[in-house]
Design a binder for this molecule. Structure first.
Ligand code: MN
Ligand code: MN
Length: 458
């Protein structure tokens, strides 16, 4: 038996199931249904922007462009090139009191088509890919894959493509070697077994005619269906992602298995918390960023200065100094962390790793090799957040990404904190992160919503 003194002084992590009553658990499971619908309609950043705009407009947010007027109580969104979304609601108090910023990302690891992707070999037609983000390449073989994206034709017409998601749609596929002939491959290190140039999508096998090959037939089909020719691939962004929908995982339906939890599992609760808290005292910004998985570069990534432009405009409209507003602002960099995996226990240090179903995870520092490249939030800021979370009894845990010197990772946190904004990482623990199908817990997802919501209100 633990003594009363020990109970009082010792820190013990509790799961959401231990901390909440059954009604609260039911609420979490009900909340997860909306998230599952969001996942299914948002497999790429472009689709996630469309889904988020739909939700935001239903909540009274209106499209806003740089230079447009901003009024107290206004609810706006800025759609940055269809791949990155900024939503903001102006509070009743001055933004000089500090803006509450939640920043998640909506891009996920996948296989992008190359610019000249189509080729025929030995009676089979393929599309060549260049992988996007950190993947374990062997995981992408022998799976049904769907193609999502946009083609801009020579005539300037934009054609949106989704192939492989409807029940009767065809899918794409990357072949793997049969085990009977795998002895040599089996001896290779896992990381070398599948070179990137083998990630070619099987796309066809029926020749166009007696003298014409498979490639012509594929080009004909593309031309009939989308009005495109081979050259149009040059101005296209097409991505292969796992085909199919998000599913409940486990007999108890306590988890969700899906592609792209990283980082929709933070983007969605950041959105719903914004909707819930808009109209309160604080000015709120919710950022859905692109390009996080490849370093946050480019004009749709978090390193673009658009966030500063928006803070400038909000500040100017309220007659305050943008620098003072930034300095008083707080940010939750909303990204996932690795959940402890008993199957791969050796890669984690259990005391300091997020445990599935133990709530939202606050990550003080990321980085690798001695915290290199980390934002490392201050004790003072985390102390402030502890109080905020306590106000709403949010179940949260501390967690870092795996054992020291085993690897590591980064988020958008450092690209926000460098603008003199208090920032820390907060998100949902994920099993099999970056795999074609990842797993999260429904109760952690709901605690994320509750955490962002408390952050926006207090
Ligand atoms: Mn992420
Ligand atoms: Mn990631």
């Amino acid at each position: 038996m633990t003594s009363e003194e020990m109970k009082k002084l010792e820190y013990n992590k509790k799961t959401v199931y231990e901390s909440k009553d059954p009604e609260a658990i039911d609420a979490a499971y009900a909340y997860a249904e909306g998230y599952t619908r969001f996942l299914d309609s948002s497999k790429t950043e472009r689709e996630a922007v469309i889904s988020a705009v739909k939700l935001a407009e239903a909540e009274g947010f209106t499209e806003w462009k740089l230079g447009d007027p901003i009024v107290k109580g206004g609810k706006y969104y800025l759609n940055n090139r269809g791949k990155n979304l900024f939503l903001f609601s102006v509070g009743t108090e001055s933004p000089a009191e500090g803006i509450r910023i939640s920043a998640a990302h909506i891009d996920s690891p996948r296989l992008d088509l190359k610019q000249v992707p189509l080729y025929e070999e030995s009676g089979l037609c393929y599309l060549k890919t260049h992988y996007y983000g950190g993947i374990r390449k062997y995981q992408w073989l022998a799976l049904p894959l769907a193609l999502h994206g946009r083609v801009v034709r020579a005539d300037g017409e934009k054609v949106d493509v989704v192939i492989g998601e409807a029940e009767d749609d065809p899918v794409f596929y990357i072949t793997d070697l049969l085990p009977h002939l795998g002895a040599k491959d089996n001896a290779k290190p896992l990381g070398d077994a599948v070179p990137a140039e083998k990630l070619n999508l099987l796309t066809g096998s029926r020749p166009a005619g007696e003298n014409d090959g498979v490639k012509l037939n594929i080009l004909r089909i593309l031309n009939e269906k989308y009005g495109i020719s081979e050259e149009d691939f040059l101005s296209a962004e097409l991505s292969a992602v796992p085909a199919g929908r998000a599913r409940d995982c486990g007999l108890d339906r306590s988890m969700i298995a899906s592609y792209g939890h990283d980082d929709r599992v933070c983007a969605y609760p950041a959105l719903t918390a914004l909707f819930e808290s808009a109209g309160g005292p604080h000015t709120l910004i919710c950022i859905l960023a692109d390009k996080e998985e490849v370093g946050s570069d480019g004009n749709t990534g978090m390193q673009c200065e658009l966030m500063l432009d928006i803070i400038d405009e909000i500040s100017k409209a309220a007659g305050c100094s943008p620098a003072a507003v930034r300095s008083a602002s707080l940010c939750l960099s909303a990204d996932v962390s690795a959940a402890f995996d008993p199957n791969f226990a050796e890669a984690f240090e259990k005391r300091n790793t997020a445990i599935l179903s133990s709530g939202v995870v606050l990550t003080k520092y990321t980085g690798s090799r001695g915290k290199s490249g980390t934002n490392d939030a201050s004790a003072e800021y985390i102390g402030r957040l502890r109080k905020i979370m306590a106000e709403d009894s949010v179940v949260w845990q501390a967690g870092e990404l795996g054992r020291v010197d085993y690897g590591g990772g980064g988020t958008v946190a450092k690209f926000i904190s460098k603008h003199n904004i208090e920032t820390v990482d907060l998100g949902v623990p994920v099993l099999s992160m970056h795999a074609p199908c990842e797993v999260i817990s429904k109760v952690d997802l709901y605690e994320a919503h509750r955490a962002f919501s408390a952050f926006n209100r207090y």
